[in-house]
Design a protein around this ligand. Structure first.
Ligand SMILES: [Zn+2]
Length: 75
């Protein structure tokens, strides 16, 4: 698809690293499937993946995790 951010590049199937913050918890997910813009590097995730990441971040925050780096795994 055409990138809505820079309006120049096209996105391609790839992977990206995502960092989420929940209060004092920082979660980093690697190898998250994404559509990545060839021009500006913006990554787009589908709703199912975004929901899964937010769930995992909320769980980590509840457990008092300060910093967590994990490889994305489909639930
Ligand atoms: Zn772009």
């Amino acid at each position: 698809m055409k990138c809505p951010i820079c309006k120049h590049g096209n996105t391609h199937q790839g992977v990206a690293s995502i960092t989420l913050e929940r209060g004092s918890s920082t979660m980093m997910f690697k190898n998250v499937p994404a559509e990545v813009c060839e021009n500006c590097g913006e990554a787009y995730h589908d709703a199912k993946i975004t929901r899964s990441l937010l769930e995992q971040a909320n769980q980590a925050a509840q457990h008092g995790v300060e910093l967590d780096v994990r490889r994305y795994a489909t639930a």
